[in-house]
Design a protein around this ligand. Structure first.
Ligand code: UDP
Length: 468
């Protein structure tokens, strides 16, 4: 019988997709069978769609839906996103223990992610797949120390946060969830990251060549050793490999087929990203004024929160196109495509006509862009996206920020026009494209047999097989 590993991702496509890719790779390349637990409580339509197409992949990859939990008495509208995710995860995981025991053979490991740490108490080796960047992992492992050392709010610190062995972290880039320590969101985050040290190992979706300084610090720096940090396994970049295409998706790709090489800018802000109505109008004007070809994914704007569609993405909303400037669709017809809600991002990034990506810098989108050698216009919105954007601009050299500070203020159409032109036709764009091509090669090498990430995963596979 094949060795058996179980997975438990927390809600949200950004968590779900990389864990699923690892599950797939264990089944198809490493001779495992996998039980993939899915949290169904308030799942987005995008997740349901993904699961339906995943269920048929292989008899060795079993999707097990956890029963929908009743969260009516514990989850409230005014809670922030991270609190909602954690509450849903906690309530949904409750029945997992008997479900795990019933599995035959018993899994040799359970792979969780950052918000399903309640599972650490189960009597099975638990590995955490940290699906965000290594800069967030380093901050997360350092957070319990920072929490003890700093009295007030981190945002009032006079200087960047010095994480041992890593580049200092700018206060303005700190993830939103640690900006108000009195909010429940911070407490949930701290609780979950404090448990990272109990994992049997931490898998990261990165590779040595992209991130050598932090990976070395996580493995060797005296501070991280003292936590003690579990063994760290950089196994990335793991990204979605295929997408089920709808008829509408096929039309988008057919349009791309007719465009010149590297001439199209993809504008997509992840599964949850939304703009304010004012910002959407400026963005549309900026694109039009740049006279570049584009694919623009539009969500109904929300003026309340930049993570507006996290739980609803992929569902039919009222028409988001109605929020674009008057006449925009007619004026840009032929040069741009506007797609409501969701684009087949992997297929678009992989297409030869795509030349750049205006992205919120979620970690999956970042990796998907790097794997295809596509430069990025960074438009971070929430969570740790500002940290990722700074890393891509200052360390990696494949991105430029749409505007230095885009959280509070609206980025104007002129600024957007300038940055889009600079990346699509300017010298800076050419440099970024060359660097992105290097990273594309280095990502592929890391995953090849004998490459750094392949070796890292082999180490884990050997551990799991030895327990079988
Ligand atoms: N995605 C997509 N089409 C869209 C928006 C997002 O296919 O229109 C996918 C994208 O390819 C990525 C994931 O959704 O795999 C988003 O993950 P990421 O970590 O970038 O951001 P998050 O959604 O967690 O903010």
């Amino acid at each position: 019988m094949k060795p058996h590993v179980a997975f438990l991702p927390s809600p949200g496509m950004g968590h779900f997709i990389p864990l699923f890719q690892l599950a797939r790779s264990l089944v198809f390349n490493r001779g495992f069978q996998v039980s993939f637990f899915v949290i169904t409580t308030q799942a987005s339509a995008a997740q349901d769609h993904f699961i339906r197409s995943a269920a048929e992949i292989s008899p060795d990859l079993r999707i097990i839906s956890l029963p929908e939990a009743d969260v009516s008495g514990v989850m409230f509208e005014d809670m922030r996103l991270l609190t909602k995710i954690c509450v849903i995860a906690r309530e949904s995981i409750k029945p997992i223990k008997p479900m795990l025991i019933e599995l035959n053979p018993t899994p040799v490991a359970l792979i969780i992610d950052i918000f399903t740490t309640d599972a650490i108490e189960l009597s099975i080796p638990v590995y955490s797949f940290f699906t965000a960047s290594t800069s967030l992992l380093a901050l997360s492992l350092y957070m319990p120390t920072l929490d003890l050392e700093v009295e007030g709010e981190f945002v009032d610190l006079p200087a960047p946060v010095e994480i041992p062995g890593c580049k200092p972290l700018l206060i303005e880039d700190l993830l939103d969830q640690v900006k108000d320590r009195k909010n429940d969101e911070y407490k949930w985050y701290l609780l979950n990251v404090s448990r990272l040290k109990y994992a049997a190992g931490i898998l990261v979706n990165s590779w040595e060549n992209l991130d050598i300084q932090r990976i070395t610090a996580l493995k060797q720096n005296a501070f991280f050793r003292s936590i003690p940090t579990p063994p760290v396994f950089p196994i990335g970049p793991l990204i979605k490999v295929e997408e089920t295409l709808t008829a509408k998706d096929a039309e988008i790709l057919a349009w791309l087929d007719n465009q010149p090489c590297e001439s199209v800018l993809l504008v997509a802000l992840g599964s949850g990203g939304t703009l304010s109505s004012k910002q959407l109008i400026e963005l549309a004007w900026g694109l039009e004024m740049s006279k570049q070809k584009f694919i623009l994914v539009v969500r109904k704007p929300t003026d309340a929160s930049a993570s507006g569609t996290y739980f609803t993405v992929g569902s039919d909303e009222d028409d988001p196109l109605a929020y674009l400037p008057d006449g925009f669709l007619e004026r840009t017809r032929g040069d741009g495509i506007v797609v409501p809600t969701w684009v087949p991002q992997i297929s678009v990034l992989r297409h030869r006509s795509t030349g750049a990506f205006l992205s919120h810098c979620g970690w999956n989108s970042t990796l998907e862009s790097l794997v295809q050698g596509i430069p990025i216009i960074a438009w971070p919105l929430f969570a740790e996206q500002r940290m990722n954007a700074t890393m891509l601009v200052e360390e990696v050299g494949v991105a430029v920020k749409a505007a230095p500070k885009i959280v509070e203020a609206v980025v104007g159409r002129k600024e957007i026009e300038t940055v889009v032109r600079e990346v699509m036709e300017g010298e800076k764009g050419k440099m970024m494209r060359r660097r992105a091509a290097e990273l594309k090669r280095s990502a592929a090498e890391a995953l090849e047999s004998g490459g750094s990430s392949h070796r890292s995963l082999s180490l884990l596979v050997d551990i799991w097989k030895s327990k079988y």
